[in-house]
Design a protein around this ligand. Structure first.
Ligand SMILES: Cc1cc2nc3c(=O)[nH]c(=O)nc-3n(C[C@H](O)[C@H](O)[C@H](O)COP(=O)(O)O)c2cc1C
Length: 183
């Protein structure tokens, strides 16, 4: 039985409920960048980035089959993952749009492999595309890490229940609370 047949055999799942329940899980926000044949940059925002393996060093992200930016990144055969900072919501909103000129106003330089590193990102991970797996209406793209660096560091941008926010460490909050009550 194929995955599609298995899915059809069980109760139909309400897509709204699927999104709502999965939205309870927070993600970081990354921009996947690449340079096209005409030297124009391509980019897509993803919340589906994850590390995969240390030896060999692999990472992954999941582009939608309907994405118009993914084929441009795929054609480059390599990509750079830019982890966005809490103060880069404007960069995120711009690059998540479908505008053809969405890179205007985004400052970048090229990574060792030649993909855009977005200025003031928290960190970047420079990859060669190692494998592309089909997964329903998405792909799972595996990258072999060639180089990586903390760029600006600091707090990452966080996406949760359809809104942007920033990470607040429980440890520090607890320490603050402790010092406020210990006098
Ligand atoms: C916070 C956030 C996370 C996203 N995560 C993904 C993702 O993991 N995969 C994906 O294909 N699109 C994701 N998107 C949507 C894309 O960034 C983009 O908006 C969409 O692909 C439309 O643009 P395109 O046609 O140029 O690709 C995300 C958007 C936002 C704002």
């Amino acid at each position: 039985m194929t995955i599609k047949q298995q899915h059809e055999a069980i109760q139909p799942l309400d897509p709204k409920r699927f999104r709502q329940v999965l939205g309870q899980y927070p993600t970081g926000v990354c921009v996947i960048t690449a340079i096209q044949e005409d030297n124009a940059p391509a980019a897509m925002v993803v919340g589906s980035f994850t590390s995969v393996s240390l030896d060999p060093p692999l990472v992954a992200f999941l582009p939608d089959r309907a994405s118009s930016s993914w084929p441009k990144i795929q054609a480059a055969g390599k990509f750079c993952v830019n982890i966005l900072g809490a103060d880069q919501e404007d960069v995120c909103r711009r690059l998540a749009s479908k505008a053809t000129d969405k890179f205007i106003g985004t400052v970048y330089r090229l990574s060792p492999l030649g993909s855009p590193i977005i200025e003031q990102s928290v960190a970047w991970i420079d990859c060669d595309m190692q494998a592309i797996h089909e997964a329903g209406d998405h792909y799972i793209v595996i990258g072999l890490v060639h180089d990586l660096e903390i760029e600006q560091g600091g707090l990452p941008l966080v996406f949760f229940q359809g809104s942007y926010g920033q990470f607040s460490p429980l440890g520090l909050a607890t320490a603050k609370e402790r010092s406020a009550t210990s006098v």
